[in-house]
Ligand binder design. Structure first.
Ligand SMILES: *Cc1c(COP(=O)(O)O)cnc(C)c1O
Length: 383
């Protein structure tokens, strides 16, 4: 095809990740643009392999799929959003299936699972992320084992290595939402998972300017089924969105390295702050699943969640006091964002004062001054 793809299309070993991020998904033929340009076309002149883009894709989708597929170690299918990809996986389940779901996970996935259960599509079991024995047991009974690690927003790390190796019911699918780890910190397919999902909206895109998702698998039948689900369900990625996602993913390694280093510094300081009662970050030795995180994650990620002393109003005040950090939802972008998660409909079960901080790539001392000032002010010790 002319791609610079030393690892073989979509699924080989990407070798050095940093170089793969820069070199994959390009057309090296003489005269080709260095970046695959947005192809604004629904239909193509008949006679070649593309007729209609919902069925046959665009060069831009393929570039993104090649890059992310190589990172995850499988064949990738891009979707309109992370949720569109996850819905396509749930849609594979036969009626009367059993779904094992983490007790802490992305609220959209919990909502999707609950809606399907209400309609009698499947039965859902919610398991504690760290209860490995229970997950292993459910591997033998469930049709879909859905893991998210680290989890949102409590940042619990599942023992994926143990769970992915457990015997599964025949035909079962084990999927991992790998959004928080990114494929740079964790590659579930190499541990034996069937599916790894990225909400490209987050770290892969990295700039809060698009919605997109990528599902990566190794099994050829599952790959064909997911492509068919996209074609028939119509949740295709946007042309501009995939162009921006490819542009964004080029810098993933440097963004992640910087944001992770910022996050570690902030987590240590937040952990000692007088106006914080609990700091959750997988990189802290005090974190309940720190051992699993050390074993499985190359880096501890950029998300921290912490509980503000006092009440929800005090936590809300921190969000309105910050000046550099944005009071906004979502995560994984260059800019830092903060949000009180229990304030979101469906998330009322969370600690009322829990703030989720997505650490960006700003100067760490500026982030710290911003947080420290906002926290001191709500503590009533305004200076
Ligand atoms: C954002 C997110 C999703 C959903 O992705 P969208 O692109 O918003 O549809 C799924 N899982 C996790 C962990 C997320 O953070």
């Amino acid at each position: 095809m002319g791609w610079n793809n030393p690892a073989g299309h979509n699924g080989g070993d990407p070798g050095s990740v940093e170089s793969w991020l820069i070199s994959a998904g390009r057309d090296r033929r003489p005269g080709s643009p260095l970046n695959v340009p947005p192809c604004l076309a629904s239909n193509f002149v008949l006679g070649d392999r593309r007729a209609y883009s919902r069925d046959d894709g665009t060069p831009g989708w393929e570039a993104l799929e090649e890059i992310v597929g190589g990172l995850e170690g499988g064949s990738a299918v891009s979707f309109a959003s992370g949720m569109a990809g996850i819905a396509a996986i749930f849609d594979q389940l036969p009626t009367d299936s059993v779904v094992a779901l983490p007790d802490d996970c992305y609220q959209g996935v919990a909502g999707l699972a609950e809606a399907g259960e209400r309609r009698g599509r499947w039965k859902v079991h919610r398991l504690a992320v760290a209860d490995t024995a229970r997950w292993v047991e459910m591997c033998g009974a469930a049709d879909l084992i859905w893991l998210e690690s680290p989890s949102n927003p409590l940042l619990a790390v599942a023992e994926l290595d143990v769970i992915c190796a457990a015997p599964r019911k025949s035909g079962a699918i084990l999927g991992v939402d790998n959004t928080f780890a990114t494929p740079l910190n964790q590659r579930p397919l190499t541990l034996g998972a069937d599916v790894s999902v990225q909400s490209v909206t987050k770290f892969i895109g990295g700039h809060s300017d698009l919605l997109c998702g990528v599902v990566t698998v190794r099994d050829a039948r599952l790959l064909a089924a997911l492509r068919m689900a996209r074609e028939l369900g119509g949740a295709t990625p946007g042309t501009l969105e995939t162009f921006l996602a490819v542009r964004g993913v080029r810098t993933l390694a440097v963004r992640l390295e910087r944001a992770q280093s910022n996050a570690m510094t902030l987590a240590e300081r937040l952990g000692r702050h007088a106006n914080i009662t609990l700091t959750r970050y997988p990189g802290l030795a005090s974190h309940p699943t720190h051992d699993a995180a050390r074993r499985q994650l190359k880096g501890f990620g950029t998300i921290i969640s912490f509980d503000v002393r006092a009440d929800a109003a005090a936590a809300d005040a921190v969000c309105s006091e910050v000046r550099l950090i944005h009071h906004a939802t979502s995560l994984g972008a260059v800019e830092s964002t903060i949000e009180r998660r229990a304030g979101i409909p469906g998330q009322e079960h969370l600690p009322p004062t829990l703030l989720r901080l997505s650490v960006g790539i700003e100067a760490v001392e500026d982030l710290w001054s911003d947080l420290d000032r906002a926290l001191r002010n709500v503590g009533g010790t305004r200076d």
